[in-house]
Write a protein that binds this ligand. Structure first.
Ligand SMILES: Cc1cc2nc3c(=O)[nH]c(=O)nc-3n(C[C@H](O)[C@H](O)[C@H](O)COP(=O)(O)O)c2cc1C
Length: 178
């Protein structure tokens, strides 16, 4: 099976997640086409047999280029098995209402674009303090303090559960072939 793995990223964690998705697909004996949606280029084949899209939440939104891509491609996305991986930090919050908020982010995307994937996975992202500029580091550190997330800005912190992601891809492949 040929599976398009399309992603958008701002700080790189979703690229890493999309690469792990592609690696799981290839390990299962299928073929993954990794495509950076924000590059604005064309993906290599016209009609992949299945699609997994991955995007991060920044300031309560998915990147505009990603939303535009999904809106534009929704007509054919509706015709193949599809899955969505939503990357956020709130999904690992210790507060119920914050986790609920993160769980609801995809619904806004689906309402806005008309795409409704059968499978949705929530992956916790990363805090890349060492790569933020001063202003961003200050804002994110304050957010982290409130969330009781790590506030040590001298290093990066990754929260992605790689095994849960691989399990999700495995279940998607089984269902897509079924
Ligand atoms: C400026 C900024 C704003 C963010 N806003 C949110 C947010 O509103 N909700 C959330 O759950 N996570 C938020 N995050 C966390 C990101 O989703 C997380 O860092 C993710 O790993 C980023 O993915 P990327 O590296 O692919 O861009 C934000 C991160 C940054 C740097």
């Amino acid at each position: 099976m040929i599976i398009l793995v399309g992603y958008a990223t701002i700080e790189g964690q979703t690229r890493k997640i999309a690469e792990a998705v592609a690696a799981s697909i290839e390990a299962a004996g299928d073929r993954a086409l990794l495509f950076d949606i924000s590059s604005g280029g064309e993906y290599a084949i016209g009609h992949p047999e299945a699609v997994i899209l991955c995007a991060p939440v920044h300031a309560a939104r998915y990147p505009a280029a990603f939303v535009n891509f999904v809106r534009q491609e929704a007509p054919w996305l509706r015709g193949v098995p599809t899955a969505f991986v939503s990357v956020s930090l709130l999904i690992r919050s210790e507060f119920d209402e914050e986790r609920d908020e993160a769980r609801h982010f995809p619904q806004g995307l689906f309402d806005e674009t008309g795409w409704k994937p059968r499978h949705v996975h929530h992956a916790a992202g990363a805090l890349r303090y060492t790569e933020y500029d001063f202003f961003k580091r200050w804002i994110i550190r304050r957010m982290a303090e409130y969330e009781k997330a790590p506030t040590d800005v001298s290093r990066d912190h990754e929260f992605t559960d790689w095994q849960a992601l691989a399990d999700f891809v495995g279940a998607f492949l089984t269902s897509a072939k079924g």
